[in-house]
Write a protein that binds this ligand. Structure first.
Ligand SMILES: C[S@@+](CC[C@H](N)C(=O)[O-])C[C@H]1O[C@@H](n2cnc3c(N)ncnc32)[C@H](O)[C@@H]1O
Length: 425
C-alpha cells in the first residue's frame, strides 16, 4: 500500500503527512529498516530474525510462503517491543532498496541454499554467478553478524534442529560442513544383528547426516560440498567412503577432486570438493569437469595493506618464544614452527586458529619483529573483495576468514556446475 493523503485520513495535517511520507521512504532502505527494527544478531538466537530477513529477501518469489507466517509474528512482536504504532504490515517495508554490499540477485538464473554458511564465502561465489540464495543456516552468532552486514539476511541456526520440510526447494545445495570424525562400526553391529542398513543410517548424529537428509528430501539438481583435504584419508579412507556411498545411495552421480586455492590467491589451501548431480534429472550423463587450473602468479605482497597498526607486530616476547619453540622442534626433527612468509611467494593455509599467535603466516618487517596479517588482509587472502564488511572484533574475524573459503575458487567450480545444469534450469 502506498501512503496517500486519503489513506491516512483528512485530520492529519500536511506537516504530519510529510513526516509520515519521509518515514515511509526511509523504511525502504534496508539500512533504515535494520535501524528501525533493531535487527541485531547479537541479541537473539531465535528464528524470528531469520524468518523476517528471509521473508524480506524472498517476498517476490514463491519461496516467501516458507517464511511468511513466522515473519509476520516476529514483525508484530518487534513493533510492540519497539513501540512502533502503525500496523505490523510488510507493505511499510517493501519493496526494499538493498543498500548492502551483496544484495540479492534481481533476476536469478538459479536458486541455491547455503548450509554451514559461515560468513557466506560460498554464497558470494554463487551470487556472482547469477544465483539467488533461498535459505541459509549458521549457528555462530558472530558469523551471523558478519553475514547479515554483507548480505542483509540472518541465517537460521543449528541445522540439526531444522526440519528438511522447512527448507524451500532449490536447484543447488551448497555447504562446507565441518569434518566430524565418525566411524562405521555400526555397520558391523547391524550386520551381526541381521538388520538391514543403508549408508545413510551410518552417518546419524553427524553433521554430514543433516546434509544427506536434506538432499534426500529436497532432491536438488546438483550439490557442491567442500571440506578439508584430510577428509579423504580420515580413518583410512572409511569416512570418505561412507560419505560417497551415502550420496550415491541418494541417487547422485559424483565428481570429486582436491583443489588448491593458490591458483586464485597467494595462499596454499587444498580442499576436497565433492559435486553431485541428480541421476533422475541427468541420468548420470552430465557434462561436468572441474575447472582447469592456470599457473600460479600471485604474491603475498599484493594483498598487503599500506598502513598497518603497530598492534599487529608480534611482541618481542612472543617472537622469541616462537623462535625457541621452532628451534627445539627442529632439533627433534619434527614440525614446521612458524611461517615467515616470502613476500614474493604464497602463504601457508590460513586456519581458524590464526587469532592465537598468527604463527602460520607472519609478515617480515625491517629491523623489528614480524607482524601478523590484518583481518582485511585475511579477507583478501581468501579472495573477498574490499567491499566486504568486517563488523566483528579482530579475533572473531580471524576465526571467520580462517574457516571460510577461497571464494574465486568456489566461483570457478560453480561456473562449471552451472554450465552442466543450465539446460535443466
Ligand atoms: C568450515 S565452516 C564453513 C565456512 C563457510 N563456507 C564460509 O565461507 O564462511 C563450518 C561452519 O559450520 C558452522 N556450524 C557448525 N555446526 C553447525 C550446526 N549444527 N548448525 C549450523 N552451523 C553449524 C560453524 O559455525 C562454521 O561457521
Amino acid at each position: 500500500m502506498t501512503l496517500t493523503k486519503k489513506s491516512i485520513g483528512d485530520e492529519i495535517t500536511t506537516k504530519n503527512y510529510n513526516y509520515l511520507r519521509t518515514c515511509n521512504k526511509m523504511t525502504k532502505k534496508y539500512s533504515s529498516i535494520r535501524t528501525k527494527l533493531n535487527i541485531d544478531v547479537n541479541k537473539t538466537t531465535d528464528k524470528g530474525l531469520a524468518n523476517l530477513t528471509h521473508y524480506l529477501q524472498n517476498s517476490k518469489n514463491g519461496v516467501s510462503q516458507y517464511f511468511r507466517s513466522h515473519a509476520e509474528t516476529h514483525l508484530a512482536s518487534l513493533h510492540e517491543e519497539l513501540n512502533i504504532l502503525h500496523e505490523p504490515d510488510f507493505q511499510y517495508y517493501l519493496p526494499i532498496k538493498w543498500d548492502i554490499p551483496f544484495p540479492p540477485t534481481a533476476n536469478p538464473k538459479f536458486d541455491f541454499i547455503d548450509l554451514f554458511a559461515g560468513i557466506g564465502g560460498i554464497r558470494l561465489a554463487f551470487q556472482n554467478l547469477g544465483g539467488k540464495c533461498v535459505f541459509t543456516s549458521e549457528w555462530d552468532n558472530y558469523s551471523k553478524k558478519t553475514y547479515e552486514a554483507n548480505f542483509g539476511e540472518v541465517p537460521f541456526g543449528d541445522i540439526t534442529k531444522i526440519s528438511e520440510k522447512e527448507i524451500p526447494d532449490h536447484d543447488i545445495l551448497l555447504g562446507g560442513f565441518p569434518c566430524q570424525p565418525f566411524s562405521i562400526a555400526g555397520v558391523t553391529k547391524k550386520n551381526a544383528l541381521g538388520l538391514a542398513h543403508g549408508f545413510l543410517d551410518e552417518t546419524q548424529g553427524t553433521l554430514f547426516f543433516d546434509v544427506a537428509r536434506i538432499i534426500k528430501h529436497k532432491k536438488p539438481k546438483a550439490f557442491m560440498l567442500e571440506n578439508v583435504k584430510n577428509l579423504v584419508s580420515h580413518d583410512k579412507g572409511k569416512t570418505f567412503k561412507v560419505i560417497t556411498e551415502t550420496l550415491k545411495e541418494l541417487g547422485y552421480s559424483l565428481h570429486f577432486k582436491i583443489l588448491d586455492g593458490k591458483h586464485f590467491v597467494p595462499q596454499h589451501r587444498e580442499r576436497i570438493i565433492i559435486v553431485g548431480f541428480n541421476k533422475a534429472v541427468f541420468k548420470g550423463k552430465e557434462q561436468f569437469e572441474f575447472p582447469k587450473m592456470s599457473e600460479t602468479k600471485f604474491a603475498i605482497k599484493d594483498i598487503l595493506e599500506k598502513e598497518v597498526d603497530k598492534k599487529y607486530t608480534l611482541s618481542d616476547h612472543l617472537w622469541n618464544y616462537l623462535q625457541e619453540y621452532a628451534k627445539k622442534h627442529k632439533e627433534k626433527g619434527n614440525g614446521f614452527g612458524f611461517g615467515l612468509t616470502d613476500l614474493n611467494g604464497i602463504s601457508r593455509t590460513l586456519s581458524a586458529r590464526y587469532y592465537k599467535d598468527g604463527a602460520e603466516i607472519l609478515i617480515p618487517q625491517n629491523g623489528k619483529a614480524p607482524r601478523r596479517l590484518t583481518p582485511r588482509e585475511c579477507a583478501r587472502l581468501q579472495g573477498f573483495p574490499d567491499t566486504f564488511i568486517i563488523p566483528v572484533s579482530d579475533n572473531q574475524a580471524y576465526k571467520q576468514f580462517g574457516n571460510s573459503v577461497v571464494t574465486p575458487l568456489m566461483q570457478a567450480v560453480g561456473k562449471q556446475i552451472i554450465q552442466a545444469v543450465k539446460s535443466k534450469l
